[in-house]
Design a protein around this ligand. Sequence first.
Ligand SMILES: [Cu+2]
Length: 127
Amino acid sequence: MTALHFARSAVRASLAGAALMVGALLIGAGSGTANAGQPRHRAAAKVHTVIIDSLRYRPQVIVVRRGQRIRWINEDPFAHTVTAIGGSFDSHSIPPGGSWTYAPAKAGEYDYRCTFHPTMKGKLRVR
Ligand SMILES: [Cu+2]
């Protein structure tokens, strides 16, 4: 190998290194832009989680602020619903492994239940 060849392969190697760095920067930039569209206000961006498991809503009572999202995740091997007693909201059937997200706009206290299993009761408090 001549000195020139060596120099060329050294350049190639450093170019490859630079390409890797650019790639890493792009990945970093990509995750940055993914957050750019989300609201900066922490409270508004919060998502509360209620797990549906063994015919129960956990937690049974959840307190949120207006506009915050609540996500009910059905971890039972059968379908459930999240249905407000007064009719304010209704998930309809949430299949096993499925979820339903709701963001209440009005403050208040909402009792809800599962239409398939009337003993399943939960409460949503919106401040
Ligand atoms: Cu149910």
